[in-house]
Design a protein. Structure first.
Length: 242
């Protein structure tokens, strides 16, 4: 990970995202819908659906919302969504991946393109930046109040089946293969409180964002995340610590 802490970026944007709880529920509902539609409505036999339902519980999403999403996936809702990925560059040459779940691809394409064009970005062709990212499981364990050194954590992480441990001043960051993520998460959850546990796209290299581009890039990411059709946004940005 070249010493880059994903945790810093997560923490830096957490407060803004918490203010969008209603939209978060809507996005998780669509993710549950797609996972159930692709792999069936039983979380015991559908690992992706199980992860999405875990995500819903972590966000304190009402059970009725989860049920409605599952009903839609089994045909009770009469709606049909498709997954579309958009790729491009933001200010300072930051690579950006945008995952969407939409029932109107023309509306979504227009909204995403407008967000890029109005905030110093350029929407690219399919494959223009996706090769810079790898799908991985990501787990963060806060170090504050934790009486465990790096050697012990490394042993526990390897025993759980993870690939890599990065030790930062305030957090242990663990990376896993996507298929191994549920088992690694469950094993570590028995020993530690997990600050974050998710499947994500990790950039192979990061771009340090200069101070004069932070506001513009943040505005672009915000506009994308605020779009109802956008489910996830990933970037190669490394923001200044302040």
């Amino acid at each position: 990970m070249a010493g880059h802490s994903k945790w810093q970026n997560i923490q830096g944007r957490k407060n803004a995202q918490d203010a969008k709880r209603g939209k978060i529920f809507q996005k998780i509902s669509r993710e549950i819908y797609m996972a159930a539609k692709n792999g069936g409505p039983d979380p015991d036999s559908n690992a992706q659906l199980r992860l999405m339902m875990d995500k819903a519980r972590a966000a304190n999403m009402p059970k009725d919302n989860v049920k409605r999403a599952l009903d839609k996936a089994t045909g009770a809702g009469g709606e049909d969504y498709e997954e579309i990925t958009y790729e491009g560059y933001g200010p300072a040459g930051v690579a950006i991946l945008v995952y969407t779940l939409t029932d109107n691809r023309n509306r979504t394409a227009t909204s995403v393109r407008t967000a890029f064009n109005r905030n110093g970005g350029n929407l690219g062709e399919t494959g223009s930046v996706s090769f810079m990212f790898n799908r991985q499981g990501y787990i963060a364990i806060a170090r504050e109040g934790l009486d465990v050194d790096e050697d012990q954590m490394f042993e526990d992480v390897i025993e759980a089946g993870a690939e890599e441990l990065e030790t930062m001043d305030d957090v242990f960051e663990i990376y896993t293969e996507p298929k191994a993520f549920p088992e690694v998460r469950d094993a570590l959850e028995k020993k530690y409180d997990l600050a974050t546990a998710e499947l994500t796209m990790v950039p192979s290299t990061t771009v340090e964002v200069p101070a004069d581009k932070v506001e513009q890039l943040t505005r672009l990411i915000d506009r994308l995340e605020e779009d109802d059709d956008v489910s996830e946004v990933f970037t190669s940005a490394e923001f200044p610590e302040d």
